[in-house]
Design a protein around this ligand. Structure first.
Ligand SMILES: [Zn+2]
Length: 111
């Protein structure tokens, strides 16, 4: 039943398009949560790991083949975490879309 398979494939593509269009935040890169030692030997952070400053959020991303880092506020980090999660999800969806496209091409333009 090639007709049914085509319809199913088209429906899968529509589902992917819906999932992607529901996304707003999208970003590559990775997010790190870190704490810092200020360097003042009299500060609590010098001895106590729990008294270190922060947390600070660092977003690392590739741009022009080079790795860049940016410090984010906790609120920015929260949105960035969502953006990175969406990016990974979108990449997976695009790969699936590619596979469905190959199937559609074979259905619509057989050898
Ligand atoms: Zn300190």
């Amino acid at each position: 039943m090639p007709t049914l398979d085509t319809a199913e494939t088209k429906e899968k593509i529509v589902q992917i398009q819906r999932a992607i269009s529901a996304m707003q935040y999208l970003s590559s890169g990775t997010l790190l949560k870190r704490t810092k030692i200020c360097g003042n030997p009299r500060c609590h952070c010098a001895r106590d790991p729990a008294a270190r400053h922060g947390p600070y959020y660092e977003w690392s991303y590739l741009k022009g083949g080079r790795l860049h880092h940016r410090t984010l506020t906790p609120k920015q980090a929260e949105l960035m975490r969502l953006a990175i999660r969406n990016y990974r999800k979108a990449k997976k969806l695009l790969r699936t879309w590619e596979a469905h496209t190959q199937r559609l091409i074979e259905f619509n333009a057989p050898e």
